[in-house]
Each structure stands twice: as C-alpha cells, then as structure tokens.
Unconditional design. Structure first.
Length: 394
C-alpha cells in the first residue's frame, strides 16, 4: 500500500463539453527498495535510517564493551599472550574498537571477517575486513578453502595453511535459510520497513518544504456555453503539472493558476494518512529485526516491557550476550589451538552494569543455599572453582 502511495502515478484525464476536470496526484516517486547489495544495505539501510543506525550502534558498542576471559580447562587465566592479543589486536586499534567494527559489520551485512596476521608461525595481529571486499573460495567439498580480498581492483587470496590446516580468516554469519556460506543481514529482513520509514521521512520533509499543502484537483470554469479546454491546452497544462508539481521533491508545492482554473483539495491530508503512525510501526519492525526493544529507542506505542530496566535487561540477555558468546566460541575454536592446548575464550558478564540487579538476586539466592559447597556456589554464579572449596559451609 505504501509503495503505491509513493510511486509516480499517471494523472487521470477527464474531458467533457461542460468543463474540464483534471485530477492531480502529487504523491510523487518512491525512494526505491533497499537491495541485497551490501553498499545499498549500508547506505539506505543504515546511513540514511536513524532507527537502523542506532540499532547497529547499540548492539556493536554493547557487545564490544564485554571483556573477554581466558580459561585453561576450568581454571581462569589472568595473563596470557592470547588475552594480550585480544586486548591490543593491532597497532591501529584497541580490542574494543576492533570488535565494535566486527559486531557492526555482522549486523549490517550478516557477515563479519577477522584476519589473523602471523609472523614466523605465531599470530601477531588481528584485523577486521570489510564484508563487501570478501569472497569465499569454495574447496572440493563446497566449503571455503580460502577467501579473496579485493581492494582497488587487486585481489589477494587468503589461503588455508597446507601444513597446519589453519585458515587465517574467522568468518561469522547470521542465519541464512537459503545460503550455506554467507549470512543474512537484519537490514535485509527489515528492508520493507526501512523503505516505509525512509519514504515517510522524505514525503513529510517535502510536504513541509512546500507549505504542507495537500493534493487535489484543478477545475476549469469557463464562461457559460464555453466548451472545455482544447486538446492543445489540456496537453500543455498536463505537461506543466507533471514537470513542476509531480514527484516527491515537489510535494505540496504552491500552484500559480491561470484564468478559469480553480483548485480544490481532494486527497487525504497527512493527518488522515497518519504518516507518523506508519513510521512508528515501521520503526518497531526495524527494531524487531535487530532484536532491540523499541522502548530503548524511544519509539512510542510499545508496551511490551513494563519499564526501561526490564527492556534493557532483555536486550542484553537476548541480543547482546548471545553474540558475544558466539564470538568467544569462534575465537576459542579458531585461535585457541594456536596458543596452547585446552584453551577456551569466555566473557565477563559481571562487567555488564545492566545485569547488576539480576546478578545481585542470584548471589542472594546462592548465599541462602546452605546445602551447597563453596565451589558449587561459585560454579552456579559463573566462577571457576578454588582449592579447598568442596566443603559445605555451615
């Protein structure tokens, strides 16, 4: 429905002997659909849409703020080369900045790529690569045997090491039901809602720029007995209307009428069409695709959560922390064997301030569980066991 409202509509033509009635539609052109091309996804879906841009930033900044931990078996390691690499992955970026780009690309493209740069067989640097520059190179069984990185027309192939089997690219994806290699972006899933939201913004701005006047009809009132407009007059008027008043950029533009022409508003007003309601509904759908509660974005009309704190807790538990957990597991499988045996990358959920109240509730319940040992309580709270902690506290 919204697409029909915003596409260029041919003006219906009605000519009669008693008078000329010209129905003029000033609804204009649509802004076009967001395509699957990454450049269009980034430009139209993120760079030109405040809701999607804020969703990407909230997820990326939140996920990147969660510190990584390192475990050897069940024991936590506080100092290690792998931890140092994750904290300072390359000379040009901190760990937080690098993983913020990683999570942002994952939301924008459905794919994120991390390259490991090695020196003398040891991984020394990590770099995030732009998804639009990466292309998987299928192996004999169809799975990626390497990746082509294209920059300024030059292609660099990143291959799997024949001796160790190590592929220096970590490729993370979001679920795609029709693709085995590449992921599916939330922006693609919310493309129609983004079109609606962007088109509503363009329409409202054009309408306000042109005095917010609605569309309507031109009625020719000639002298009694005077025939209607001649074919030449009708054609000239039609072309002038199309050139000067049709299109989104001319929405609501004031008209200069010649003698015998009368303007009569006949279309729905912006209030009737309720663009604000449509845009809010589209914004909620965009937020839904990203997993961000609309309440956190200040979108009115959302009563899913009773308060902001509850919405923020759901955002961290259902959207941010699962991404961090997936990344930690991917790093464990990818980099763990390069730095030692039985290494596992985890994350410190206790560093998330939004989870403080929930954490305090867990600790309170565990402190009252007198039948549990100290180590059982630590494990339930997410901590590693300590020596001498297997006795029940009285």
């Amino acid at each position: 429905m919204f697409e029909k409202l915003f596409r260029r509509a041919a003006a219906p033509e009605v000519k009669s002997g008693t008078g000329s009635f010209i129905a003029l539609s000033l609804l204009g052109n649509g802004t076009g659909h967001v395509t699957r091309d990454f450049s269009a996804l980034a430009r139209e879906g993120v760079m030109q849409n405040a809701v999607a841009y804020r969703c990407v930033r909230m997820i990326a900044e939140g996920a990147a703020s969660v510190p990584f931990l390192l475990y050897e078996g069940a024991a936590e390691i506080e100092s290690h080369l792998l931890l140092a690499l994750l904290a300072a992955p390359n000379p040009g970026a901190t760990g937080t900045a690098l993983f913020e780009r990683w999570y942002a690309f994952l939301q924008c493209a459905g794919n994120a790529y991390l390259e490991a740069v090695s020196l003398r067989g040891a991984v020394r640097e990590l770099h995030v690569l732009r998804p639009d520059r990466m292309k998987a190179v299928p192996g004999p069984r169809g799975w990626p045997a390497g990746y082509d990185y294209t920059l300024d027309g030059e292609v660099r192939r990143i291959r799997r090491d024949a001796a160790t089997g190590f592929l220096p690219v970590l490729h993370a994806t979001l679920f795609h039901p029709l693709d085995d290699i590449y992921g599916y972006s939330p922006i693609s899933a919310a493309a129609t809602a983004i079109d609606v939201h962007n088109a509503g913004a363009h329409w409202t701005k054009s309408l306000l720029d042109n005095a917010a006047r609605p569309s309507g009809a031109l009625i020719y009132k000639g002298p009694d007995g005077q025939p209607g407009l001649t074919g030449e007059q009708f054609t000239r008027l039609k072309h002038e209307l199309e050139d000067a008043y049709q299109g989104a950029a001319n929405a609501g533009r004031p008209m200069v009428l010649e003698g015998g022409l009368d303007w009569r508003a006949m279309s729905y007003t912006p209030s009737d069409m309720d663009f604000t309601g449509l845009r809010n509904a589209a914004a909620r759908e965009i937020a839904l695709a990203f997993g961000v509660p609309p309440m956190l974005l200040g979108i009115p009309g959302d009563n899913t959560y009773s308060n902001y704190r509850e919405a923020n807790l759901a955002f961290w538990r259902q959207t941010v922390l699962p991404l961090v957990a997936r990344t930690a597991q991917g790093l464990s499988h990818w980099l763990g064997p390069r730095f030692g045996e039985n290494l596992r990358v985890g994350y410190d959920a206790d560093a998330v301030e939004a989870l403080a109240i929930e954490r305090e509730s867990v600790w309170d319940r565990l402190s009252k569980a007198e039948f549990l040992t100290r180590n059982e309580r630590r494990l339930a709270a997410g901590y590693s066991p300590v020596e001498g902690g297997d006795e029940v506290l009285s």
